[in-house]
Design a protein around this ligand. Structure first.
Ligand code: BES
Ligand code: ZN
Length: 846
């Protein structure tokens, strides 16, 4: 398909007196003619178009001088409706009758508007857009603004011309249009904005949940920011082929189907939660990103970090029963700490130039560390002053661009606190501190010695010029574990703090709520006094989680023994909290993957079974009346863990229920499907795989297809693993989902890891071409290369990417190599002790 458009562009961005050239961004576009009409002057035709393909630019050359002043630039051009999920692309869908068709959709962030039309494609070059689309008359067309005119196209009666209202002044990366066949549900938010959720034809019902979230969220943000949503409408639309999770185009937010559609019967609790978070995230961008836009991609984290924080605030408002802030800690906070402990991390604010460098920073540092430092800042400032500052920032910079410093200045004014000084230490230097604490009792006082040094995943280093952070530290005691007893701002390498009136047998905990972005190393006596708080649940859930997570990462860094952590994990037998289990389960997964390189892998499986059995027995298989969202999540987690680890009773029951499900006797409730599928596959054969692939083919919802795709890799036999890998690249799997199928194989077993890595190498050209080097390729590399644990694999990964370039994944490759070396060192250091511990805990007591 071809696209030709006329553009009216008013002026060159940089001041100039005269020139005979105009330079614009442009990629994979052929310009046919271009001309410039100065205001009140004669049209001048461009005589040459010089494409600088590497820089994604074109120079239009004019035969005579263009004087400074207004005018309009007209360009006739042809572009390609590509299949790379970027720029203006086609997205395949199947009609209810089974026919394949294509929708035409856009994805411009970060630097792909230039693939749809020549433009100045930078966030700070804002313009208004008047968009007209000529489309087949049986399709609908959507764009950022409402339709102002739809009329037959004179030259061809099968077409109509759809004209949209002028946009506010905005950045190119937020422009969007969609042409296709969709149904929708509609509602009005309390502040008068028309909200529609567009779904595939026949699935309008599945848009209702997102519609409800969106209509609640808009007034929530309006109130939080004290700034109304500025457009008359907002559309949320599910796109079949979609690279990211969702995209915040102003007034026309695009989503993967799985991030928007919910079926009351067939969607699980975690999908509902995901949809709520993604809707909350993208709608926040309508203010933070769209109304006020970052000055340059260096400040991308402002957009993404902020939205990744406030999405939780929004979901907490809409669904308090999700206990979503605890989940933030295991989903974002710990992930950010892990990545940022690497030597190959990067500061939140980072210089970027070339588009591949921009793609590279859509990572856990911008998102999860960004969100975590904003959470810490919000806690340090307090909600009231934080909101005051946010409001000032949005009003001051609306319809303009802003930088990180601009936000700090507004928050500083609102709070009277040294925000810039504190925050610069977190956003301009990479990494974070480990806070080392020791205590002494002096009568009824406790004196704490607190110091900071950089935390490195490879363990302590004696660095001369060790960086320092401005660390807001809060402290609580066993008297009231949920109440901060004292706050200090640690702005030097070390300090002492005096806590008065505390009994010698009371414990002290640093960082209650696990808000500060740092890890903690307690002295032995302090740690020992805290551990009973895990067993008797007097520590808060987030703090039980945080303590365990700190210890786990200290073990990986060689600062404590992994056996110590295993002992701590055993103290979680009485744990009732989903998120705490989820984090524990994740760390045990890491350990299990590490020990898959040894000959005692089965012993850690047994440890996992023992740890999860009591809670599994307590929960049972069927939900009980009065249970809620978190019970559903916990049951799925625990049964999946038990089944995967080969717990006999769980395996048998999973097989029984699977059989009934397949035979149509008793459909599995949505929340049990993932754990059951995983369990039967992990212990399954070719018949199991065939059955799963059949279920996949029959599935009508993308959620169900993805659910199956993600666990297929659990199949153990090598020839079946190969079948799953080939399936990943087949027509059956959406292009964006190939990554999770291959990743599932890599994450499942030692054989899977090897096979997946070989598969990526063997199919490199196709994979790289499929994603055009975008962020999905980084994700694929991370999923397939990260888990090895021998030194020579680090060398192999490095050398592969020396001859197979992936510019946007350079840092990811370095991080993977670093992780492989860390795994190898960890294994060498601790494997024997772990083995001994696992053996002796089984030995009958003498
Ligand atoms: N602005 C991003 C979409 C995006 C991501 C564009 C990567 C270009 C490259 C959007 O706001 C976003 O962050 N989406 C997330 C989902 C969100 C809930 C974390 C995503 O796509 O993963
Ligand atoms: Zn975002």
């Amino acid at each position: 398909s071809k696209l030709a458009k006329e553009l009216g562009i008013m002026k060159q961005p940089d001041p100039f007196k005269w020139t005979n050239q105009i330079v614009m961004n442009c990629a994979d576009i052929d310009i046919i003619t271009a001309s410039f009409v100065p205001e009140g002057g004669e049209e001048i035709n461009a005589t040459g178009f010089n494409y600088q393909n590497e820089d994604e630019k074109v120079t239009l050359c004019f035969p005579s001088i263009l004087q400074k002043g207004s005018g309009s630039l007209k360009i006739d051009f042809v572009g390609e409706l590509n299949d790379k999920m970027k720029g203006f692309y086609r997205s395949k869908y199947t009609t209810p009758s089974g026919e394949n068709r294509y929708a035409a959709v856009t994805q411009f962030e970060a630097t792909d508007a230039r693939r749809a039309f020549p433009c100045w494609d930078e966030p700070a070059i804002k313009a208004t857009f008047d968009i007209t689309l000529i489309i087949p008359k049986d399709r609908i067309a959507l764009s950022n603004m409402n339709v102002v005119d739809r009329k037959p196209y004179p030259e061809d009666h099968s077409l109509v011309e759809v004209k949209f209202a002028t946009t506010p002044i905005m950045s190119t990366y937020l422009v969007a249009f969609v042409i296709g066949e969709y149904d929708f549900v509609e509602s009005q938010s309390s502040d008068g904005v028309t909200v529609r959720v567009y779904t595939p034809v026949g699935k309008a019902e599945q848009g209702k949940f997102a519609l409800e979230v969106a209509t609640k969220t808009l007034p929530f943000y309006k109130d939080y920011f004290s700034v109304p949503y500025p457009l008359p409408k907002i559309d949320l639309i599910a796109i079949a082929d979609f690279a990211a999770g969702a995209m915040e185009n102003w007034g026309l937010v695009t989503y993967r189907e799985t991030a928007l559609l919910i079926d009351p019967k067939n969607s699980c609790a975690s999908s509902r939660q995901w949809v709520a978070l993604v809707v909350g995230h993208e709608l926040a961008h309508q203010w933070f990103g769209n109304l006020v836009t970052m000055e340059w991609w260096t400040h991308l984290w402002l957009n993404e970090g902020f939205a990744s924080w406030i999405e939780y605030l929004c979901v907490d408002h809409c669904f308090p029963e999700y206990d979503i802030w605890t989940q933030f800690v295991s989903a974002d906070y710990t992930r950010a700490l892990d990545l940022d402990a690497l030597d190959n991390s990067h500061p939140i604010e980072v210089d970027v130039g070339h588009p591949s460098e921009v793609d590279e920073i859509f990572d856990a540092i911008s998102y999860s560390k960004g969100a975590s430092v904003i959470r810490m800042l919000h806690n340090y400032i307090g909600d009231e002053d934080f909101r005051k500052g946010m409001n000032a920032y949005l009003l001051k910079f609306q319809h303009k661009n802003a930088s990180t410093e601009d936000l700090w200045e507004c928050l500083e004014q609102a709070s009277g606190k040294p925000i810039a000084a504190v925050m610069n230490s977190w956003t301009k230097q990479m990494g974070f501190p480990i806070i080392v604490v020791d205590q002494e009792q002096h009568g009824s006082d406790r004196v704490l010695k607190i110091s900071q040094k950089k935390f490195c995943a490879s363990g302590p280093r004696n660095d001369e010029n060790c960086p320092n952070w401005m660390v807001p530290i809060s402290i609580c005691t066993s008297e009231d574990p949920s109440c901060t007893k004292m706050k200090v701002l640690l702005d030097q390498p070390e300090t002492t703090v005096n806590i008065t009136n505390i009994a010698p047998d009371h414990w002290i905990k640093i960082n209650p709520g696990t808000v500060g972005f740092y890890r903690i190393q307690y002295s032995t006596t302090m740690l020992e006094s805290l551990l009973p708080g895990i067993r008797d649940l007097t520590l808060l859930p987030v703090d039980r989680l945080g303590l365990q997570n700190d210890l786990f990462s200290l073990a990986r860094a060689g600062m404590i023994s992994t056996v110590e952590v295993l002992k701590v994990m055993e103290a979680f037998v009485n744990e009732p909290n989903y998120t705490v289990w989820s984090d524990l389960s994740c760390n045990l997964g890491v350990l299990s993957s590490l020990l898959s390189h040894t000959d005692f892998h089965e012993d850690i499986q047994e440890f996992i079974r023992d740890l999860f059995t009591p809670i599994g027995m307590k929960l049972g298989w069927d939900s009980k009346t009065g249970e809620g969202h978190l019970d559903a999540l916990l049951r799925g987690l625990v049964l999946g863990k038990l089944g995967k680890a080969g717990h006999k009773a769980t395996l048998e029951e999973a097989r029984r229920r699977f059989k009934e499900h397949v035979e149509g006797k008793q459909t599995l409730p949505a929340d049990l499907r993932s754990p059951v599928y995983l369990t039967v596959l992990k212990h399954g054969d070719s018949t199991t795989l065939d059955t799963m692939l059949k279920l996949h083919k029959q599935a009508d919802m993308q959620e169900e297809k993805n659910r199956i795709e993600r666990v297929l890799g659990a199949i153990p036999a090598p020839d079946l693993i190969q079948r799953v890998l080939n399936f990943a690249l087949s027509e059956e799997v959406r292009p964006q989902d190939t990554v999770s199928v291959i990743g599932g194989v890599a994450g499942s077993s030692k054989q899977g890891r090897k096979a997946a890595w070989k598969f990526v190498k063997d199919n490199w050209e196709e994979l790289h071409n499929r994603y055009q080097g975008g962020f999905l390729i980084s994700r694929l590399i991370k999923l397939t290369a990260d888990g090895f644990a021998i030194d020579k694999m680090a060398a192999e990964v490095k050398s592969f990417f020396e001859s197979h370039h992936a510019p946007a994944a350079e840092r990811t490759v370095q991080q993977c190599c670093e992780n492989i070396l860390l795994n190898a060192a960890w294994l060498k250091r601790d494997a024997e002790d772990i083995h001994q511990y696992l053996l002796q805990r089984k030995a009958p007591p003498v």
